[in-house]
Write a protein that binds this ligand. Structure first.
Ligand code: MSP
Length: 661
């Protein structure tokens, strides 16, 4: 039984069917930060990660390169391990679902669930997506039974399967959610609860060996192998048992991406209930990393970021810091080189690195022979110490996985310390005793901050401790340096990163086609063009930026009608000059021969619009040279559709049926 001093955290096990990518790096880093933090505050931590190695996709990918499935995964797994090493991830164990002891454990669990009457044989006919490794409902697919995530046609599968009685656990699961903090973040819990309330159907947990051999054999029927999720989820326990660490169960945090919530929040606790195991304490579903325009990263969009290359170029710890603090952890996060560089330069280099380097320089020079005895603290010193004493708040935010908030609290303390430096102006202090006290407060504050940053930028923190010539004792209080203490040599923590590319990059059409990026904006200001009776000069707020757009709306809307109006803007057009004024984007409207109505939306300013089933579809439809082929129409009810699919959250003012332009 996991006592309070034990902390067990897991990443999902990664599909070994392809190369490791940014998503894998993200989940691993998100776990690493909390594992390190908990070690630092004195907990005994077991941090587990690994690879998910069974299933059809592995078989298919292995065939492509003429390998057996086992040979194939043996080639892939070192790449995942290498990612962990390069990112300095502090996992305690790496589990593989092809490990013999894992297979034995899963087999035991299958037998137990079977003996408890939760597994039965039935026939299944339905669609299977190899990419998701799951059975799918037709309603969730695009035309032609195409999986919206993998853009591949799903296979019709008709076979005798073993089923798990998920339906039996509906009430138990709902009760469990209500009584515990299992579903995290809390803001997303209701989604799962509502779906479970809609009813649970039993799930197929096996495939017949004539269809798929690459899996763990059912102990009660050797002609079947278990379907990947029953196998994969039990890694969280098999790894403990096989390491003699069952006293770490129940798990504290299963960190996952929101795309695999259902399996972890519904299947997993139900499987555990079936085999009479204790429930994990929480599953935390983080958001996805999207590109700067809010698009999923995918090879076909050409916006993929390779975690190894990126961190090699800009620094592993800078990369980690941005992933953890660059969005609102738990929500989807936009990732771009420009956002990364700005944040790292401002926060790591300016706020933190410069503070440490200034304090070191201002101390080592006058006190090269050692620190003087600390004098009496003045109010200004006491105020600083009290404002930077953040342990309770920081720890509770971290344990609640509110990383972004936790680091905001820490950075506020760092900024307060910079403000203190300016206030007490050590460079102008002529009283040596007072200067000694000020510099002692400042050195101690820097060392204190090192104890917090150790969980995210540990090698930088090591340099920090080294230059102040102290060891990290993990005492989260401001401790003054003793009289006579000598600082170590100066170390540079961060380099300022130069922005090589232009600040705003306009998407270039590829092969004659471009993506269409639509955003909800709000008109902040409108004025008439001085020399035109058609054009308005409009300032639009797009959430994270403001843009000037020149638009021919004068004959259609008055200034008052436009002010504060929400509009839909195409954000990735090349900036142009209209009537001599810069115009950066296009406001969408729907027109017929006589009139024109603006498109609007209920969604928040700054929201990216998903058009059709996936933004990637736009590529096929939009001719970038002139937006002549925009197949977007408004109807008489004010609804807008794109390529036959309704665009949710968008409506046409004046309800003019016609083409969007
Ligand atoms: N094998 C299953 C998990 C089984 S756990 C018992 C799986 N593997 S995965 O390789 O596809 O994904 C692993 C993790 O990477 C998931 O948490 C997923 O959410 C995460 N990510 C994949 N792409 C991502 C982003 N673009 N952004 C953030 N995380 C994403 O699912």
């Amino acid at each position: 039984m996991n006592n309070n001093n034990k902390f067990f955290i897991t990443t999902p096990i990664y599909y070994a069917s392809g190369k490791p990518h940014l998503g894998h790096a993200y989940t691993s880093i998100a776990c690493d930060v909390l594992a390190r933090w908990n070690r630092d505050i004195g907990k005994e931590v077991f941090f587990l990660t690994g690879t998910d190695e069974h299933g059809q996709k592995i078989v298919e990918n292995a065939e492509k390169i003429n390998k057996s499935p086992k040979e194939f995964v043996d080639l892939m797994v070192p790449q995942f391990k290498q990612l962990l090493t390069k990112l300095n991830i502090s996992n305690d164990y790496f589990v593989r679902t092809t490990d013999e002891d894992h297979k034995v454990f899963v087999s035991k669990m299958l037998q137990k669930a079977f003996d408890n009457g939760d597994i039965y044989k039935g026939s299944y006919e339905g669609l299977y997506c190899v990419g998701c490794e799951k059975y799918v409902e037709e309603d969730d697919l695009l035309e032609g039974n195409i999986c919206p995530d993998h853009k591949k046609e799903c296979e019709t599968v008709s076979e005798e399967n073993y089923f798990f009685k998920l339906s039996k656990y509906e009430d138990k699961l709902l009760k469990f959610y209500e009584e515990t903090d299992f579903l995290k973040p809390k803001s997303k819990a209701q989604e799962t609860i509502n779906r479970v309330k809609e009813g649970l159907r039993d799930i197929s947990i096996s495939r017949s060996k004539d269809k798929l051999e690459w899996g763990i054999e059912l102990p009660f029927d050797s002609t079947h192998v278990t379907y990947v999720w029953f196998d994969a989820l039990f890694n969280y326990m098999s790894a403990l048992e096989n390491n003699d660490k069952m006293d770490f169960w129940p798990c504290n945090v299963h960190m996952i991406g929101k795309d695999i919530k259902w399996f972890h929040e519904v299947y997993w606790p139900a499987f555990l209930m079936s085999v009479d195991m204790q429930m994990p304490k929480s599953v935390f579903a983080h958001g996805m990393i999207l590109d700067e325009n809010g698009h999923k990263m995918s090879k076909s969009l050409g916006n993929v970021i390779d975690p190894l290359k990126f961190s090699k170029k800009f620094g592993v710890e800078e990369f980690k810091y941005f992933l953890i603090t660059g969005g609102s952890f738990g929500e989807d996060m936009n990732f771009s080189e420009k956002m990364f560089i700005e944040k790292v330069n401002n926060e790591l280099n300016n706020d933190f690195g410069n503070l440490v380097s200034r304090v070191h320089a201002m101390t080592s020079k006058p006190f090269s022979e050692g620190m003087p005895e600390i004098g009496e603290l003045e109010d200004v010193d006491k105020e600083l110490i009290s404002s930077i004493s953040i342990y309770e708040e920081f720890n509770s935010l971290m344990q609640n996985l509110e990383y972004t908030k936790a680091f905001t609290v820490l950075w506020t303390a760092i900024r307060d310390t910079n403000a203190y430096v300016n206030k007490v102006s050590p460079w102008a202090e002529s009283d040596e005793k007072r200067l000694g006290t000020i510099m002692n407060v400042l050195c101690s504050a820097c060392i204190y901050f090192g104890k917090y940053t150790n969980c995210i930028i540990p090698s930088k923190t090591e340099l920090l401790f080294k230059q102040f010539n102290v060891k990290n004792n993990n005492k989260f209080e401001v401790e003054f340096l003793p009289a006579g203490h000598k600082l170590g040599a100066k170390e540079n923590l961060f380099e300022r990163i130069k922005l090589e590319k232009p600040a705003v990059e306009v998407e270039k059409p590829r092969e004659g086609f471009a993506k269409l990026n639509l955003k909800v904006g709000q008109i902040d200001e409108v004025s008439k063009h001085p020399d035109s009776d058609k054009l308005y000069i409009i300032q639009v707020n797009l959430g994270n930026e403001k843009r000037q757009i020149v638009s021919g709306l004068q004959t259609l809307y008055t200034l008052e009608q436009l002010e504060n109006r929400k509009v839909i803007v195409i954000t990735n057009l090349k900036p142009a000059k209209l009537g001599g004024y810069d115009s950066n984007g296009m406001i969408l409207a729907c027109e017929d021969e006589n009139d024109c109505g603006l498109l609007s939306s209920e969604l928040d300013v700054g929201s990216n619009l998903k058009v059709g089933s996936d933004v990637a579809d736009n590529e096929k439809i939009i001719n970038s040279k002139a937006f002549k082929k925009v197949e977007m129409f408004g109807d008489e009810n004010g609804k807008v559709s794109f390529s036959g699919k309704e665009v949710s959250g968008v409506s046409v003012d004046k309800k003019i049926p016609g083409k969007v332009c």
